[in-house]
Design a protein around this ligand. Structure first.
Ligand code: WQD
Length: 336
C-alpha cells in the first residue's frame, strides 16, 4: 500500500506539481485546499498526470473541525504543507490576513497532526526569509532577515517548527526555502493559475507576450546589481516539486528539523529574464521602467551545496526550460 500524504494547498501552483511528483514517486496524495487562489478544475488534471485517484477536501486549515475530519477519513502518514498566501505586495497591505492564514494555518495543522500522531512534515518556506543578505549566494546558515510581511510570516512558522522539533524528538520536519519557483509542467497541463493578476515575473511576461497585458514594468533599474535590475534564482517548478519528494523520502530515516535551500545557484537579472523569454516566445516584450516595489531586495541567489549533500537534490532544468514551459502553458490558455 502506498503511504498517504496530505498536501495542503494541493490545488495551487507549488502544491499541484508536488501532488503529481509524489504520486509518481510512489505515494498516495490527498489534497486539502480552500481554493482561495486556485480552482477545483485542476483536480482532474492531477488525477490524469498522477495515474491514480486523488481524493480532495475543500477546507480551510484554520477550521480545526474540518482538518480533524480529514485526518479521521484518510490514513495520513505525512504532510506536505504548501498552503498559504504568497504575494509580497499584498502582504504589505494586509498583514493580519497573512499572519492569520500563514501562521494560524500552520498552528492549526500542527495541532491536528499532534493529535493524530502524524509527525512527518515538509514545509514550503521561501527565500523571502533571507531578505537582502550581505553576501551571495545565501547559505542556510545566513541569519534570516525578511524585508516584507510575507517573508516574516514564513520565518515565524520556520522558528515554530524548529522549536517544536527541539521540544519533541518524534517530529521529522524538512523546511524548504524555495527561491523563485517558475515555469510550468512540461506537459502544459499545469501552471500558475491565480484567481487575479499573477505576481511572479515569468507569469507576467507570458501575459505580456500574449497581449493580455500591455507591457512589463521593470520595478527598479537602479538596484546595486550589474545591470541595475533585481537579481534572483529562478528554479523550475518541477524541480521544486522533486525537492519536496526527495525531502519526504529523506525524512523516513531522520529526526528533528532540517532547513534546505531549493534553488539553482544561478543569478539572473530582470533584463536577462526578459531577453530569455523573448527568445522562447519569438516576440518582443514591451517594457517600462517603474519604481521599486515595497519589500523588494536587490539580489537573492541560493547556495545549493547543502541540498545536494543532504537530500541528493539539485535542479535539473535551466532558464530555457522555465521560459519554454511558461510559454507553452500560456499558449494553452494559461488558466485552468
Ligand atoms: C522577481 C524580480 C522584481 C514583477 C517572491 C518570494 C519568492 C517567491 C516569489 C512565493 C524582482 C522583478 C517583478 C514585475 C519586475 N515566493 N519584477 N516587474 O519578489 O523575487 O519573490 O515571490 O511564492 O520566494 O521571495 O518574485 O517574480 O515577484 O520578482 O521587474 O512586474 O522581478 O522586482 O526583481 P520575488 P517576483
Amino acid at each position: 500500500m502506498p503511504e498517504t500524504v496530505l498536501v495542503t494547498g494541493g490545488a495551487g501552483y507549488v502544491g499541484s506539481h508536488v501532488v503529481v511528483e509524489l504520486a509518481r514517486g510512489g505515494y498516495a496524495p490527498v489534497v486539502l485546499d480552500n481554493f482561495a487562489n486556485s480552482t477545483p478544475a485542476v483536480l482532474p488534471r492531477l488525477e490524469s498526470l498522477s495515474g491514480r485517484p486523488v481524493p480532495w477536501v475543500n477546507a480551510d486549515l484554520r477550521d480545526l473541525v474540518a482538518v480533524r475530519r480529514v485526518f479521521h477519513d484518510h490514513p495520513i502518514a505525512a504532510v506536505v504543507h504548501c498552503a498559504g498566501l504568497k504575494s509580497i505586495d499584498e502582504s504589505e497591505e494586509r498583514p493580519l490576513a497573512y499572519y492569520d492564514v500563514n501562521v494560524g494555518g500552520a498552528l492549526s495543522l500542527i495541532e491536528v497532526m499532534g493529535e493524530a500522531g502524524v509527525a512527518t512534515l515538509v514545509f514550503t518556506s521561501s527565500s523571502a526569509v533571507y531578505g537582502q543578505a550581505a553576501a551571495l549566494p545565501v547559505s542556510e546558515e545566513t541569519p534570516p532577515s525578511p524585508q516584507n510581511v510575507y517573508g516574516r510570516t514564513k520565518r515565524v512558522v520556520e522558528d515554530f517548527l524548529r522549536d517544536l522539533a527541539r521540544a519533541n524528538a518524534n517530529w521529522r520536519i524538512a523546511i524548504l526555502r524555495c527561491f523563485n519557483a517558475a515555469g510550468a509542467h512540461t506537459t502544459g497541463m499545469l501552471g500558475e493559475a491565480p484567481r487575479g493578476r499573477p505576481s511572479g515575473l515569468l507569469s507576467l511576461l507570458a501575459r505580456v507576450a500574449a497581449g493580455e497585458l500591455s507591457e512589463i514594468q521593470v520595478t527598479g533599474n537602479d538596484w546595486p546589481t550589474p545591470d541595475g535590475t533585481g537579481v534572483r534564482d529562478y528554479v523550475h517548478i518541477q524541480d521544486v516539486a522533486q525537492a519536496h519528494l526527495q525531502a519526504l523520502k529523506w525524512l523516513a530515516d531522520a529526526h528533528g528539523a532540517i532547513t534546505q535551500n531549493v534553488g539553482t545557484g544561478r543569478a539572473q537579472s530582470v533584463y536577462e529574464i526578459i531577453a530569455a523569454f523573448e527568445r522562447a516566445c519569438g516576440r518582443r516584450i514591451g517594457q517600462l521602467t517603474a519604481a521599486r516595489r515595497a519589500g523588494d531586495v536587490a539580489a537573492c541567489v541560493a547556495d545549493t551545496k547543502r541540498a545536494y549533500e543532504a537530500l541528493g537534490w539539485r535542479a535539473t532544468r535551466g532558464l530555457d526550460a522555465v521560459c519554454a514551459d511558461t510559454w507553452k502553458w500560456q499558449k494553452s490558455g494559461g488558466r485552468l
